[in-house]
Design a protein around this ligand. Structure first.
Ligand code: ZN
Length: 401
């Protein structure tokens, strides 16, 4: 059986299963006048209306905690995470629940590796996701989490760490810190994600003997696509269906056409079907030199909505507005994301009728914003009323070279 036939068999199974076990999915099919038997092929998926990551907050909020999307009792879950939004992300009992094993194997990780996993291990699922993927390969994990640069380079030196999981900019930070302290940097393979990976970063890593591979995934879905040894686009993982669609009509697009990344999962815990990530990409045409059967996408090409990723975390305008609303003297705002060297900077301008009074709130406001966004605001400016002119609430000024 070829891959398309295998996926379509799994599709028929999951549609039947989700129709019986996920009330929200049943309602979605019923409302569209569809029966599970109407969905037999990947082309048939087009008939099902999309649900979107950007609407998950609302969907879950109306029917908490999982919006009727969960197909098992919550007691059967292994873990429950909360991503910014807030969005609740369940983890089922399945081994390698988020499918990171396939991407990590392609990146050359083996059971002989000792790996620092620098994603956060609490609230958001990123840390545990990669931990489980690494463990399913048999690699040894050092759960270092975010930050603590100096401690992390000592760990690399002391343990002879060979692998890195995290953002490319943090790997760069570690590399520089290690040179500065004159420590051994034994890492020879890296799996990077959550922000764009620039050609210049790749060259620097290669100069230091580090083979770096890029992956693409989300907190809700887990792995979506990954680079093979040719680094030309990213292969879609075998264990899901990916469509690129016109975001306004939901119709499938041809290779080369830019559209929204839509995924359908086969997992029987949280069977997200036709889930719109809000990310833009396109399918690549020719088969890959590596011989994999899976289709490739060009990687992340932007967002359809307003949410912007800063230092690996999505921030939504609604989160900032929610904090400011608690203070009567604060009004409209605009945020600006820039990049200097290897780091994202977040600047926030907040309108107020009384700048002097607002200044007294500075520390409290920064701390509340940090709690909600999980990213620090680098610069906070209070400005007079009506001085914010921008339509967009978060302006992304970064250029990825
Ligand atoms: Zn390939």
């Amino acid at each position: 059986m070829d891959l398309k036939a295998k996926r379509e068999q799994k599709l028929r199974e999951i549609v039947k299963f989700a129709y019986q076990n996920s009330p929200a999915f049943k309602k979605r099919l019923d409302d569209a006048g569809l029966k599970p038997d109407d969905i037999k092929t990947i082309e048939d998926l087009e008939k099902i209306p999309l649900i979107r990551k950007d609407n998950l907050v609302e969907i879950q909020g109306q029917n908490p905690p999982f919006g009727g999307l969960l197909a098992v009792p919550p007691q059967n879950l292994k873990r429950i995470f909360q991503s910014p939004g807030p969005i609740y992300d369940p983890q089922g009992e399945e081994e390698d629940y988020w499918n990171w094993k396939e991407p990590l194997l392609a990146a050359g990780f083996t059971r002989d590796d000792i790996v620092i996993n620098t994603f956060s291990y609490h609230l958001s699922p990123a840390g545990i996701m990669f931990d489980e993927g690494l463990r399913s390969i048999g690699a040894t994990v050092v759960p270092t989490g975010v930050g603590n640069t100096e401690l992390q380079v000592r760990i690399i030196n002391d343990l002879g760490v060979t692998g890195f999981i995290g953002t490319p900019s943090f790997l760069m930070t570690l590399l520089k810190k290690s040179e500065e302290l004159g420590l051994k940097f034994t890492i020879n393979k890296a799996f990077v994600t959550a922000e764009p990976f620039t050609p210049s970063q790749r060259i620097t890593f290669e100069e230091h003997g580090i083979k770096a591979f890029q992956g693409y995934g989300t907190a809700d879905v887990g792995a979506i696509a990954f680079e093979c040894e040719y680094h030309e686009g990213m292969h879609v993982i075998e264990n899901l269906i990916l469509e690129i669609v016109d975001p306004s009509t939901g119709k499938q697009l041809l290779p080369g056409e830019v559209g929204e990344v839509i995924v359908t999962l086969f997992n029987k815990t949280y069977p997200l079907i036709r889930f719109g990530t809000g990310d833009l990409s396109k399918l690549l045409e020719a088969p890959c030199k590596c011989g994999r059967e899976t289709e490739r996408i060009a990687g992340f090409m932007g967002r359809i909505g307003d949410a912007v990723k800063v230092r690996g975390m999505f921030i939504h305008p609604g989160q900032i507005a929610g904090v400011l609303k608690r203070y009567e003297i604060l009004a409209d705002f605009v945020a600006e994301v820039t990049r200097e060297g290897e780091r994202d900077f977040l600047k926030l301008q907040v309108e107020t009728a009384n700048i002097e009074e607002a200044e007294k709130l500075r520390e409290e406001l920064l701390s509340k914003l940090r709690d909600v966004l999980r990213v620090r605001v680098d610069t906070l400016e209070f400005v007079p009323l009506h001085s914010v002119k921008s339509e967009k609430k978060i302006i992304d000024k970064r250029e990825w070279k």
